[in-house]
Design a protein around this ligand. Structure first.
Ligand code: UFG
Length: 337
C-alpha cells in the first residue's frame, strides 16, 4: 500500500517524498513535469509521469498502488502570473483537483493532505494569523487555494474523504544533503533571487517597496524551512490515519523578517556584498504575513527544527552554490565552489 504524492517532483513535494522514503513509507509519485524535475524524485519512490486531471490514469495509479491516502502538491503557484492568467489557475488548480477527487471517490481513496497557502488570507487585519481569521485572497492563486479547501470540505462530507489543508507561509531552504533544492523557472522568490546575486547570476536584488508600515519600511514574511514543511505532511498523514477529523493548519515559524533583514542575513552567510536597489512596491504584496502555528504544534505535534533564518539561508546557499543551474547543473563538488 503506497502513499501517492501528486506533484512529488516539485520543490516542496520532492522534499516531502524524500522525508517519506527516509521514514520507511512506500511512495509513488505522480507528476506531469510541467514545473517539476524528474531528478528531484527520490530513487526509492516509484514514478508515474501523468496528469492529475486525467481521471482514468489516476484511477489506474490508485488501483495499482492500493492507495488509501494522497498528498497533493500539484498546482501552479505564481501569484503574479495568476493575476494575468486567472483561467490557467482555475483550470489547473481547481479543475484538475475536481477530477482528482472523482478518481479518489471511485477508488475509495479517503485521506488527503494538500498544499494551501498564506495567500488565502489576503491582507491580514492582525498578526500572528490564526486559521479562523478572515480569508480574503487578493489574487486568483489564493482564491484557487481557498476554493480547493472548500471543494475538499464539501466532497469530503458527501463521500467520506477526510483532509488536512496545510497553509504554508514562505517556504525556503533546501535539504541539507544538497541533493535537492529550489529550482523554479522563472524564479520569483526572494531568497533564491538574492542567492543568484551571490552566485554572480544577477547583478543586484531589487527591494520591492520601502514605504510599508513596518520597522524598516520593507515587507515582513515568516520564512519556514522546506524540510520542516515536509515533516508536517508526514504528521498530517499520520493524524488522518489515526482517524483525525478534517482540519486546516498554518505552517510558519511565527517570526517575521523584513526584506532588508533577509538580504543582510544572506550577506552574512555568503560573505558576498549583495548589491541591493530600492524600487517600487510589487502589486498585491501584503505588508506583513506571520503565522500562528500553535494549532499544528498542539494537534499534530509539529515543531520546526531548522527555525533560524541563518540555518534556512545556509541550506539554500549550499544548494545554490553546488547547483547554480538548478537540476541542469553538472555535479559540482564542494572543493570546486
Ligand atoms: N521581494 C523583493 N524583491 C524580489 C522578490 C521579492 O523585495 O526580487 C519581496 C516581496 O515583495 C515580498 C518578499 O520579498 O515582500 C517575499 O516575496 P516572495 O516572492 O519570496 O514570497 P511571497 O511572500 O510573495 O509569496 C509567498 C509564497 C506564495 C504565497 C504568498 C502568500 O511564495 O506562494 O507567500 O502571500 F502565495
Amino acid at each position: 500500500m503506497s502513499v501517492v504524492v501528486l506533484g512529488g517532483a516539485g520543490y516542496i513535494g520532492s522534499h516531502t517524498v524524500r522525508a517519506l522514503c527516509e521514514s520507511g513509507y512506500d511512495v509513488a509519485v505522480v507528476d506531469n513535469l510541467s514545473t517539476g524535475h524528474r531528478e528531484a524524485v527520490h530513487p526509492k519512490a516509484k514514478f508515474y509521469e501523468g496528469d492529475i486531471g486525467d481521471i482514468s490514469f489516476m484511477r489506474s495509479v490508485f488501483a495499482k498502488e492500493q492507495c488509501r491516502a494522497v498528498i497533493h502538491f500539484a498546482a501552479f503557484s505564481q501569484v503574479g502570473e495568476s493575476v494575468v492568467k486567472p483561467l490557467k489557475y482555475y483550470e489547473n488548480n481547481l479543475g484538475k483537483t475536481r477530477n482528482l477527487l472523482e478518481a479518489m471517490v471511485a477508488e475509495g481513496v479517503d485521506k488527503v493532505v494538500f498544499s494551501s497557502s498564506a495567500a488565502v488570507y489576503g491582507e491580514p487585519k492582525q498578526v500572528p494569523i490564526l486559521e479562523g481569521d478572515p480569508t480574503e485572497p487578493t489574487n486568483p492563486y489564493g482564491e484557487t487555494k481557498l476554493a480547493m479547501e472548500k471543494m475538499f470540505r464539501w466532497v469530503g462530507n458527501a463521500h467520506g474523504i477526510r483532509f488536512v489543508s496545510l497553509r504554508y507561509f514562505n517556504a525556503c531552504g533546501a535539504d541539507p544533503s544538497t541533493e535537492i533544492g529550489e529550482d523554479h523557472d522563472p524564479e520569483t522568490h526572494l531568497i533564491p533571487l538574492i542567492l543568484q546575486t551571490a552566485n554572480g547570476k544577477r547583478e543586484k536584488i531589487s527591494i520591492f517597496g520601502t514605504d510599508y508600515p513596518t520597522k524598516d519600511g520593507t515587507c515582513i514574511r515568516d520564512y519556514i524551512h522546506v524540510c520542516d514543511l515536509a515533516q508536517a505532511h508526514i504528521l498530517a498523514l499520520e493524524y488522518l490515519c489515526r482517524g483525525g477529523e478534517s482540519d486546516i493548519f498554518n505552517l510558519g515559524n511565527g517570526v517575521g523578517f523584513s526584506v532588508r533583514e533577509v538580504i543582510e542575513t544572506v550577506r552574512e552567510v555568503t560573505g558576498h556584498p549583495i548589491p541591493a536597489q530600492e524600487s517600487g512596491r510589487r502589486a498585491g504584496d501584503p505588508a506583513q504575513l506571520i503565522a500562528s502555528s500553535q494549532k499544528a504544534m498542539d494537534v499534530l505535534g509539529w515543531k520546526p527544527q531548522l527555525a533560524s533564518l541563518q540555518e534556512i539561508v545556509s541550506t539554500a546557499w549550499q544548494w545554490h552554490r553546488t547547483h547554480p543551474a538548478g537540476y541542469r547543473t553538472e555535479i559540482i563538488s564542494e572543493g570546486e565552489v
